[in-house]
Write a protein that binds this ligand. Sequence first.
Ligand code: MN9
Length: 299
Amino acid sequence: MGKFGGIYTALVTPFKPNGDINEASLRKLVSANVAKGVDGFYVCGSTSEAFLMTAGERKRVLETVMRENGGRAKIICHVGAMSTKEALELARHAGKCGADAVSSIPPFYYKYTIDELIGYYMEVAGAAELPAFIYNFPAFSGVSLGVGDFARLLADRRFAGIKHTSYDLYQMERIKRLRDGLVVFSGHDEVYAGAAALGADGAIGSTFNIIAEAFVKMRRLILNSEMEKAAELQTKANDFIAVLIKHGVFQSIKHILTAAGIDAGPCRKPFLPLGEAAGKELEAAYAEYLRQDWTMPAQ
Ligand code: MN9
């Protein structure tokens, strides 16, 4: 299966003005990120607006990405859904398509017991016949699992690791130590360098759609134990990421992609389009970001 870890772009889904998936832009985005040196893609995650797409659309997104990628980068497909039936259907599809792994948010809205959540995860892990990653994102999913809950889930070897999207790096570090060889991806781009210092094997992030070079470079520095330089780069990246967060990360990423020549279109409703002033501020912040030196250090 090869090793997981490294920098994975959590792909946005470009949409046409009429709301259809813009497959040509999605293909361009995949190849542009491969050219920047990303190690993989996280497909149909939060950033893709997966919960605003039908299961059929999610399958099409994965198929398009798989074809364009052509085995160059690893593919983790997020298959989480409110309904177990749909999640299992998506997991089976990911397996058939040749993805490298699946991942899932815990089922949300209803408040499930830990035994119900574990039941869900065991079925998802079985359906794809692929390694699985738990997607921990309590701020969005509303599901807060403790380290003890992760210990129960991760005791099953079909789980290769987790995507930890939380500022709680103490919890991430505790999870990382639960099992030898567990793969932990940091999910908040703005704390990647800190997460790496505490053992994260890589990062999965939305901002990599536009600024992958910053994180590919940061990872090189981290692998060379140049933590101070990595932290400096994190700050430079964060000066820009803070502006994305201020105006809405997904809309802002799409705005910058479009300005840079990959027409990403709007986010789906109920997301609102960006205002003109926000767009200008983002473009100015991106120009400032591009003025930094992003050339790669020697390996
Ligand atoms: O994929 C992303 N999570 C979401 C991970 O956006 C839901 C992150 O990349 C954040 O967008 C980013 C900004 O907080 O770290």
